[in-house]
Design a protein. Structure first.
Length: 300
């Protein structure tokens, strides 16, 4: 009896190994990077909380219930209430939205601008690269939080200005790292071939060099998100970030960290834990991305 591929149903049989191999690859990735997988899981949970806050709670985060001021955690208020009677659980999950928006947009724009500047500096070289590096040295001489404070003091507070203030210190950091990778790519023959074919500088930078520095770019981006969340909380705690009544973790610390440290510690403990876990999760995930994308670490 002759067995043909029609009798075996080859499309279905071929599809099964593909699905199995995808599951196996995901499991191997989780097995090799368990901390990175844990970080990614927490990031996913925080994202669901941030953008599904209306489903997770029916309480208005700005609602002040003075009859429930500084109530301890209970079934009615899972994480207690603050000094204005506002539900801390509700404000934490709405604050996650603020943290994710500021963290993502600041890290994204800071990384992308740094990517373009770093690759462009490496591509043109010469005096352009020299001048660019000295300008980057000036920016890198200032601590990130000091520069952010200076920008906010000039532009003023508010969500948009906070994103700009946090984004600016990230640009030279990303540009430096990307430039070091782009310098070696510039010497590869296909870049010379693109020049010989008459391609514009912009096309060579965007289509031929930038895709080849995606590994350091992605590593910097994931680490920047955690840094941006921490910077936003710091600025809000100092009163120079997001302003009331917008829920923000830094504002929650500002309102309960000192005055109610003994009488109502939950007012500061839970926002502090939210900031800690969020930053820790992005750091874990960033380290895992680095290990996966770095050929030296991947081969071990």
């Amino acid at each position: 009896m002759t067995v043909t591929t029609e009798n075996l149903g080859s499309p279905d049989i071929e599809a099964l190994p593909e699905r199995d191999s995808l599951i196996v690859r995901c499991w191997n990735l989780v097995r090799r990077q368990p901390l990175g997988a844990a970080g990614l899981l927490f990031i996913a949970i925080m994202t669901v909380m941030a953008f599904g806050a209306e489903v997770l709670t029916s309480i208005n985060p700005e609602e002040q219930m003075f009859e429930h001021m500084l109530e301890a955690p209970s079934w009615e208020f899972l994480l207690g209430t603050d000094n204005f009677g506002r539900d801390i659980w509700t404000r934490i999950i709405y604050g996650a939205r603020t943290a994710m928006l500021v963290g993502f947009f600041a890290a994204f724009f800071g990384s992308v601008i740094g990517l373009m500047l770093g690759v462009g500096s490496a591509y043109f070289g010469g005096k352009i690269d020299l001048i660019f590096q000295r300008v980057m040295d000036i920016f890198l001489a200032f601590p990130s939080i000091i520069m952010a404070l200076a920008v906010v003091s000039v532009l003023g507070t508010g969500l948009q200005n906070v994103i700009i203030a946090i984004m600016l210190p990230m640009i030279p950091q990303c540009a430096r790292v990307v430039r070091s990778s782009a310098l070696s790519i510039r010497e590869i023959p296909y870049v010379d071939a693109a020049r010989a074919l008459g391609y514009s500088h912009g096309r060579i930078i965007l289509r031929h060099m930038s895709p080849n520095v995606m590994a350091p770019f992605l590593i910097m981006f994931t680490s920047f998100v955690g840094q941006a969340i921490l910077a936003e909380a710091s600025l809000s705690y100092l009163g120079l970030g997001v302003q009331e009544p917008i829920p923000a973790w830094g504002l929650m610390l500002q309102g309960g960290a000192e005055e109610y440290a003994e009488s109502a510690p939950w007012a500061a403990v839970f926002p502090g834990l939210a900031i800690t876990f969020a930053v820790f999760a992005f750091n874990l995930f960033g380290d895992a991305v680095r290990d996966v994308l770095d050929p030296k670490l991947r081969s071990r």
